[in-house]
Design a protein around this ligand. Structure first.
Ligand code: UN1
Length: 491
């Protein structure tokens, strides 16, 4: 299957463009070819977005919401089909793929509701016979650069608030996962969005990503991906005075206190560490465990890890799928080797899976270390694979210090039965998301999503705060006194 860009309400191919193979990471089969856009193709998309946005911005927001409702309905109808597409190109197991489509459905319905509000403020003026308010207006064209690990969930967290606010988008999906983006373009097409409101351009980060960030017609950039690319996006976007929103990595921890329900904690750790083969920015990769229950927790974790079935995500029996590609496999393994040199003790896993069907795909054994030093690279850097390190602590204070002593701040979790511990932890954990008695993954669409410190630059996807990124705020003063009234002077 040859994919095509989606520009100005039609699929757009240019046979002179280079095509890359799209590979199923479970089987290494080539499942599609994706075009790599030229700058010319991107320019066509940006012109289409400019035209489309003018018309779109004039449609009342509650009417724009109706399109989002339609998108939600289409996603629901196609949920099973889309989940299969997603599993085939990204690798996550089918149950999780269904969950990702559901996240898109939730966001469509939720954001349709926000389109009926798009709240500004009204406030009393300091002067008589003067009215003061603020309203939200669209920015214009939004550039979306999105990752392969949530190739439909994350883009929809961005695209839906962007369009309901009256913007047009130019979206560059990750080259590893273009098929689901192509299917999403079909849905945008089927619901009859005016031409140019949504444009999907496949291309390389270096060429097309860079041009999206620096093109003067694009006002806002929303990027989810690696820290190193995010830094470049922020630098270049900053130079061009754009609003840039970054969602970068995480080094998320589950804290297990000595009074925790250990079985519950183990379930949460297994789910958030090995779900999506550890390839979520919210994945748990550190377990900060109270010394009094370390041995017990470790035993329970090991026995649950033994039960993890690993293989092609299309097989409902599998709980862990492949990682995205060979490069990821080797990167994960190099961290495992490094951890051993750093003095950590390997308890299980620690190798690329081989033999039988494993030889066809990119499978890494779920891996658990103990005796991990909080400052070791395994405990500091994002690995993006099914690898977890146990870090021993003696108190809540120490646990919080270890949790916070990383450059990232996306998600954290604590297992305890003590209400005082809960409230201290939620206050002191320096992350954008805190879970109590649940793992580190699974944020819901109607609360802000994002993190502190190196996880981003202060913006949030999801929730009502997403609208802050995609709108300009206009403050409006209406003086109906019929005379000159000077603020700060005449009152
Ligand atoms: C990501 O990994 O980039 O909270 C997003 C979660 C999901 C989103 C993950 N709702 O795990």
């Amino acid at each position: 299957m040859k994919l095509a860009h989606y520009i100005a309400g039609a699929f757009y191919a240019d046979e002179t463009e280079k095509y890359l193979d799209v590979i199923n990471p479970a089987t290494s089969d080539t499942i599609a070819q994706v075009p790599m856009a030229t700058i010319h193709t991107l320019d066509v998309a940006i012109s289409a977005a400019e035209k489309g946005q003018k018309e779109w911005a004039n449609i009342p927001a509650p009417k724009r919401s109706d399109y989002l409702l339609e998108i939600g309905v289409k996603l629901k109808e196609k949920k099973e089909f889309l989940a299969e597409v997603l599993t085939k190109e990204m690798g996550k197991v089918i149950e999780e793929a269904r969950g990702e489509i559901q996240e898109g459905i939730d966001m469509a319905f939720y954001m349709a509701g926000e389109g009926r509000r798009l709240l500004g403020e009204t406030t009393p003026s300091e002067l008589n016979d003067k009215f003061a308010m603020s309203v939200r207006t669209p920015v214009g064209i939004i550039g979306l650069i999105t990752p392969w690990n949530f190739p439909i969930g994350v883009p929809l967290l961005k695209a839906l608030p962007a369009i309901v606010s009256g913007n047009a988008i130019v979206w560059k999906p990750a080259s590893e996962t273009p098929i689901i983006a192509y299917e999403m373009a079909k849905i945008f097409d089927e619901v009859g969005l005016p031409q140019g409101v949504v444009n999907v351009v496949f291309g390389s980060g270096t060429d097309i990503g860079t041009e999206i960030v620096q093109n003067p017609h694009i006002g806002v950039i929303s990027f989810t991906g690696s820290t190193s690319t995010g830094r470049k996006v922020a630098e270049l976007g900053g130079y061009h005075l754009k609003k840039v929103s970054l969602e970068l990595g995480g080094k998320n921890a589950v804290i297990v206190m000595d009074d925790a329900d250990l079985d519950l904690a183990v379930e949460g750790i297994i789910w958030s560490a090995f779900g999506t083969a550890g390839q979520r920015c919210t994945a748990c990769s550190r377990v900060i465990v109270h010394k009094d229950i370390e041995e017990a927790l470790q035993q329970k974790l090991l026995s649950e890890m033994e039960k993890l079935t690993i293989g092609d995500g299309l097989d409902e029996r599998n709980k862990v799928g492949p990682v995205i590609n060979m490069e990821a496999l080797y990167k994960i393994h190099s961290y495992v080797e490094l951890a051993q040199l750093d003095g950590a003790t390997l308890l299980t896993g620690g190798h690329i899976l081989e033999g039988g069907d494993y030889d066809l795909g990119c499978y890494y054994a779920p891996t658990l270390f103990k005796d991990v030093r909080p400052d070791a690279r395994l405990a500091q850097e994002e690995i993006f694979g099914p690898v977890v390190g146990l870090i021993r602590v003696g108190s809540l204070e120490e646990a919080i210090e270890v949790n916070n002593n990383v450059s990232y701040g996306l998600s954290s979790s604590i297992y305890t039965k003590d209400v005082n511990t809960v409230f201290r932890a939620q206050r002191d954990l320096d992350t954008g998301i805190v879970y109590v008695n649940a793992g580190t993954t699974g944020a819901e669409v109607h609360l802000p999503f994002g993190g502190t410190k190196g996880t981003g630059n202060g913006h949030r996807d999801s929730g009502v705060s997403a609208l802050d990124l995609y709108t300009e705020v206009k403050s409006i003063y209406i003086d109906f006194s019929g005379k000159l009234q000077r603020a700060q002077i005449d009152n």
